[in-house]
Design a protein around this ligand. Sequence first.
Ligand SMILES: *[C@@H]1O[C@H](CO)[C@@H](O)[C@H](O)[C@H]1NC(C)=O
Length: 574
Amino acid sequence: MRPDSLVMAAPEGSLRKRKVGGAEHSPASQPSLARDPADSPARLHTGTFWLTRIVLLRALAFIYFVAFLVAFNQNKALIGDRGLLPCKLYLKNVQEYFQGSTGWAAWTYAPTIMWLLDWSDMNFNLDLIALLGLGISSFVLVTGCANMILMTALWALYMSLVNVGQIWYSFGWESQLLETGFLGIFLSPLWTLSRLPKNTPTSQIVLWGFRWLIFRIMLGAGLIKVRGDKCWLDLTCMDFHYETQPVPNPIAYYLHRSPWWFHRFETLSNHFVELLVPFFLFLGRRMRILHGVLQILFQVILIISGNLSFLNWLTIVPSLACFDDAALGFLFPSGPQGLKKQVLEIQREDTQRVQPKPRDRGCLVRQVVNISLGILVAWLSVPVVINLLSSRQIMNTSFNPLRIVNTYGAFGSVTKERTEVILQGTVSPNASAPDAVWEDYEFKCKPGDPWRQPCLISPYHYRLDWLMWFAAFQTYEQNEWILHLAGKLLAGDSEALALLAVNPFEGRTPPRWIRGEHYRYKFSLPGGQHATQGKWWIRKRIGPYFPPLRLEDLKEYFKTREWPLPEPPSRHTR
Ligand SMILES: *[C@@H]1O[C@H](CO)[C@@H](O)[C@H](O)[C@H]1NC(C)=O
């Protein structure tokens, strides 16, 4: 792909002409170029961030793409018209709470463009938002250029989903994506679509915004750990983490069996990266690059050892702001038409210019915008910093409705034991009959069938599987959606079944009863007796999670929740 073909037609023809014209005559007017042999191109200078912006935009667009893809595939079943927690009901509740108005109060409580749309077909709205997001993010991902309008659209679209997503969107990485995406808006020119918008160099304020973000993420994660759980202090957390993390992968299965001293070493390294390395950001260019390298390496290790959604991929994004053009040059081919060459030109023009570039009004407005951004972020950071310093630090919280500056933290405490909720169904007319055969439903990715290999899906994410992990240390009363799911399984509802991997009643009439069972899960020992039988997990029943239920038992419950009762299946008499 030639870069010039990718520079999207700028709205002003003059800009494009200027660019082409500049590239034509500049080699002749650059005496220094002649000194460089053709096969060893001149090195990029430090301190400019043209390539950094392209890498940042592409990385951010990739995360948005994954996030909107998850939304497109799962939203209808989770929050659609017949979803497990319909977003229409949620918005109606918000509206009622604020006395039936869709006024300012409701808007700030749940900022979403859903308020402006017609609610008669929420599935359509959800798909529309997700598809727009997919379209814009793929454009930025492929071309590497963006403007403020596109980046604002991505941010507003994703915000619109997060704020109607309820518990399914309650994870820290959703706010983190919104905050990263908000900063991303200020990376690009307002309107021009160009990979190298010469009049808008990457703003230092925005770069420091990203660095401040990664600083808070890492330090927050480090502090919540040493304050939250004894195992982070006696260095035993990693003895448990691989087995008890939300959605383990096959590599975690083996890492779990690392020698004890290795687990201690891992925990110590974690503290080093989260508590000490963040301060490298303030120690000059070299240390900043070292910071970027260490943080990215750390996230790559986390990606390999678990399915934490797109969280670790997203955490790489702000670290990219640690690298300048000289550090990122290796990512770009150095052809005669290449971006690297163009950046070299810009750098030369800047160093050779005797008098400073005349500033036009656009530049001035730009500066005002950037400085306002800096002040806004600083102002919104006050409660975040107070929280970081407080001994009662809370994690993953936003202090403002637009989630612009948030507080983060992950795995403040590590569960020491893994339990799972297993949904089972039976066709037996009598659920308490000893000869009733109960068959397991399998989720897409969470542990269930002990023989099934753990999955590897990061950066993709199954929201239902993740919440099943939380549900396992709570009760079904705290997770009403699980009864909604049970009702849908009793009716053989295809939308709900699409959230699962295996329906044991596939091709048969749906079960008469569904129950939830609570199990304890442990990894089998590689090479041990269970592993040689092909088992990845060993499980032991703890007790019931929710009692056997029929569709008719749920009628009243569904009515009070305003969920439509699924059509009972037509049953063949046997
Ligand atoms: C169901 O099975 C249990 C246990 O065998 C029995 O006590 C009960 O009477 C049965 N209920 C019905 C309605 O058949």
